[in-house]
Design a binder for this molecule. Sequence first.
Ligand code: PEP
Ligand code: MN
Length: 338
Amino acid sequence: MLIVMETSAPKKAIDNVCKLIEEMGLSAHPMPGAQRTAIGVTGNKSQIDSDRIMTQAGVREIIHVTKPYKLVSREFYPEPSVIEVGDVKIGGPEFIIMGGPCAVENREQTLIIAEAVSKAGAKVLRGGAYKPRTSPYSFQGLKEDGLKILAEARDKFGLKIVTEAIDTETIDLVSDYADIVQIGARNMQNYSLLKKAGRQKKAVLLKRGFAATVEELLMAAEYIMAEGNSKVILCERGVRTFADHTRNTLDLSAVPFVKRTSHLPIIVDPSHGTGRKEKVIPLSRAAIAVGADGLIIEVHHDPANALSDGPQSISPEMFEQLVHEMSTLAGVLGRTCG
Ligand code: PEP
Ligand code: MN
């Protein structure tokens, strides 16, 4: 439910309505707008007594939200959300490119790649310190040592860092180091992890599960927002289909759907979306054209010896080319690129 207040409603009237909502055992989310304040209501499991709310001073209208997701919906927040990570703003006019290795393998490897990412003009470094691997015998990540290497790269090159949290035991540690906490495809419906991500303060990059619908992605984001963290960035990273020419099928149609249905920003991961380095630039062009807010790209200076995802990792030279192309396309589309 969304309560729309009169333009002239004073703060006291808004506070009173919020108080009433809380007394009814529900949660109130006041949203000041340019014209008037709206108050989102969540937590209702049955019919709410609308008459009681309608008769409060300053209430103009009640809108019933029919979708199962509320806080992530455009009905609740009509304007696009811009997620601020320091001076990096995701969801605004600037198209944001994140780049880096799949995994932090060692200090030297990460610093070489971080320097290349920064030199190319990108502002966010990616890299997994905790790796969710299909095989238990594959490299699982350097864990806290990896987080420390990422923090060093951040300080050295003035980058923000995005890194994955894979379980509820380690998310707080990851959050201490990260600027953006990534929740990966395998964990998109790990509700205890989503709730913990919602209770920590850093922005969250939520990747679509490889067998999840876009509505399920939005519902997963709702879990994070319902815990009080509204800094959620969605990521389309491909879903599993019968296609065998590509690792996953990158569902770019998710982008305009999300843009219409939700106020949250959405970025695209053409590295996991395709699994092949030669497809990364073409799909990146498509991603910016379809309205994505940014990209997350795997980059490696020695992909043949990468400990994970070498075949889809582009070289620092290709990354530079990609940033250059995105800047050109951003200009055509009335955006900037960083
Ligand atoms: C990753 O970003 O390295 C990763 C594991 O991604 P995903 O969760 O999309 O598979
Ligand atoms: Mn990877």
